[in-house]
Design a protein around this ligand. Structure first.
Ligand code: XIL
Length: 313
């Protein structure tokens, strides 16, 4: 029983969920509640869904996800408050002064974090602040209007809105170290030096089969040595098509390795898998030519990857 094993280790094993199947598909629900201890909303808490028009909020999806989790004693990770993608047009196309944009951000945080205060323990406040491959801050809307200190401002604001929430920066292409991880490390160290309320680093962990970093636990430990917690927030391991049975077998060890790395790092809070099954994974659409990235196949049958996670626990 995976949830019991995860709880015995004091970590969460989570999964990203989509609202439609979560409400309507019994097999999907069974996979989620039978194998995981926490959920992340794959899309429905993102800005374009929560506040599609200024001041107009849609709580149907977020309420469904949080309600599903609470009914089953599962935890919820909040994803995400500031990101350059999936912003509504009124926000991304708006002509903002810095004070206006601060006001808009505060309204959004008060509405979203406020609604689930005490029910969502950790928030990805800042998502993907660095350029895809490089060590430089992305010049997103927030950077353009507020300057590079938007990250500190947003974290402080989030802490005012929900003083109990664990506040994260969530990033990808950092898991094996390198220039981008170094830049994130320098940013995190600077924020902590300045007393900014940053509590954790999310390691997205969108991996490619055959390239899962050996040194994941070491990279996490660099950050936990700063006094931060870490979480593997969006794990998947995509396989190039045609997907061979051999690759699917090898994926077992890759999922085992990631969960084991988290267990090796005392301040690692858990591992969230990005997608309930291969039929729901974002990978085929976003990385054409790849698939089979999750622990369940298109018919909800467990794959070796699932047993890899069990092996680690
Ligand atoms: C992805 C979702 O899985 C897709 O359904 C959506 O179309 C695009 O976003 N990093 C993140 C996630 O932080 O929010 C992204 O989720 C995947 C990359």
């Amino acid at each position: 029983d995976l949830p019991a094993l995860a709880r015995a280790h004091g970590v969460d094993l989570g999964v990203a969920v989509a609202v439609e199947p979560l409400l309507r598909d019994g097999d999907y629900q069974d996979v989620v509640e039978g194998h995981y201890t926490s959920v992340t909303a794959e899309n429905t808490m993102k800005w374009e869904h929560v506040q599609p028009e200024r001041g107009v909020f849609d709580w149907s999806g977020p309420d469904a996800v949080v309600g599903f989790a609470e009914d089953r004693g599962m935890n919820v990770r909040g994803h995400t408050l500031l990101w350059h993608n999936q912003q509504p047009e009124w926000l991304s196309q708006g002509e903002w002064t810095s004070d206006e944009l601060r006001g808009v951000l505060r309204e959004h945080m008060e509405a979203l974090m406020g609604r689930y205060q005490g029910r969502i323990g950790a928030w990805d406040v800042i998502n993907e602040p660095f350029e895809d491959g490089g060590p430089f801050l992305r010049e997103n809307l927030w950077y353009q209007v507020l300057g590079e200190d938007y990250i500190a401002e947003a974290l402080r604001m989030a802490h005012e809105v929900d003083p109990q929430a664990r506040l994260y920066i969530n990033e990808f292409n950092i898991e094996g170290g390198g220039a981008k991880a170094d830049a994130l490390y320098a940013l995190a160290a600077d924020l902590l030096d300045r007393g900014v309320p940053l509590h954790g680093i999310g390691f997205q962990s969108h991996f490619v089969h055959g390239q899962v970093p050996e040194n994941l636990a070491e990279t996490m430990t660099r950050f936990t040595d700063l006094g931060l917690e870490v979480t593997v927030t969006e794990l998947d391991v995509r396989i190039a098509e045609p997907v061979s049975e051999e690759a699917v077998q090898e994926q077992r060890e890759e999922f085992r390795h990631v969960v084991a790395a988290c267990l090796d790092v005392p301040a690692c809070q858990g591992v969230t898998v990005w997608g309930v099954s291969d039929a729901h994974s974002w990978i085929p659409e976003w990385f054409p030519g790849y698939g089979a990235a999750t622990p369940f196949d298109e018919d909800y049958a467990p794959k070796p990857a699932l047993w890899g996670m069990v092996d680690a626990l």
